[in-house]
Write a protein that binds this ligand. Structure first.
Ligand SMILES: Nc1nc2c(ncn2[C@@H]2O[C@H](COP(=O)(O)OP(=O)(O)OP(=O)(O)O)[C@@H](O)[C@H]2O)c(=O)[nH]1
Length: 280
């Protein structure tokens, strides 16, 4: 038997658990997770290697109706990622009503998309059955109830995806799990931990980027929109930054030294130049 391979994209409205699902499928963390929506901003690839099969996953920002320039760019990335792949997984949340947001994304999926009903660990069996029934009205080909958190049902989903892969080359070395550049990854870890440590609603106002990389010293700039947000991000006597630095360091190879700087850049989300600098 020859080698089979292909590309799979994971789409769904914000916060349905796309990043968690990808990390679960790959068995390791390749994309950040947050309980605040719109966390994933860039297309991230993960590679699943099984004997004679390779699946390249493309994670996308949660598609939504754009309100800002950043929102528009995110949608373009996500919609671009749907075309030209071997399978599309449309993730919906088992615990939330199937809303206009889900339908908006569904309308952009091909008819052979795989519907993944996620978060079944926190849904009642009735809720899961109801959601599967409602999802079946979307008229796609396959339906999988899963929990990205516990891993329930994920093996069956992966087995199905493997079956769908056409004959093809091995695109990446078989020891490679992601092609996310290290610097981007560290900036994302800083953003993830900032979202986790600050309880305030900041997600849309924060951007992070690595401005210097001289291992083991890594300098990360945190952009906020207003002076008041700068205070929140720094914390009392720098407590928030300190905690974020510690948490990020724990996820990096020993010896890493993270320097965090906060900069106010008013309306960075609305200025094309600021967005380009950040790689969106
Ligand atoms: N209980 C439960 N929670 C889940 C599950 N999958 C994801 N979550 C939670 O849902 C929240 C959103 O998860 P993400 O993986 O960041 O969602 P996403 O769809 O990638 O979100 P965006 O990046 O905003 O598009 C996080 O708090 C996760 O821990 C699941 O199977 N069960």
């Amino acid at each position: 038997m020859g080698v089979r391979s292909g590309f799979v994209t994971i789409v769904g409205r914000p916060n349905v658990g796309k990043s968690t699902l990808l990390n679960r499928i790959l068995g390791q963390k390749v994309t950040i997770v947050s309980d605040k929506p719109q966390t994933t901003r860039n297309e991230v690839r993960g590679v699943l290697n099984r004997p004679d099969v390779q699946i390249v996953f493309v994670d996308t920002p949660g598609i939504h109706k754009p309100r800002t320039l950043l929102g528009e760019r995110l949608n373009e990335t996500a919609e671009g990622a749907i075309g030209d792949v071997d399978a599309v997984c449309l993730v919906i949340d088992a615990t939330a009503p199937l809303g206009p947001g889900d339908k908006w994304v569904a309308a952009r999926c091909p008819s052979d998309a795989v519907v993944v009903v996620n978060k079944v660990d926190v849904a009642s069996p009735e809720q899961v059955i109801d959601q599967l029934a409602r999802a079946s009205e979307l008229d796609f080909s396959e339906y999988f109830p899963v929990s990205a958190t516990t891993g329930d049902g994920v093996d069956a989903l992966v087995a199905h995806l493997i079956e769908r892969m056409p004959e093809g080359p091995q695109y990446y070395p078989d020891d490679m799990v992601t092609d996310v550049p290290e610097a981007f990854w560290v900036a994302e870890l800083v953003r993830e931990q900032l979202l986790a440590v600050t309880r305030e609603e900041l997600p849309h106002s924060i951007a992070t980027r690595v401005t210097e990389w001289e291992w083991p010293r890594i300098r990360v700039e945190i952009l906020v929109e207003r002076d008041s947000q700068k205070g929140i991000v720094i914390g009392k006597k720098g407590s928030v930054l300190k905690e974020v630095g510690t948490r990020v360091r724990e996820q990096l190879p020993p010896g890493a030294f993270i320097e965090l700087f906060v900069k106010v850049d008013k309306d960075w989300q609305r200025r094309p130049k600021a967005l380009e600098r950040l790689g969106y």
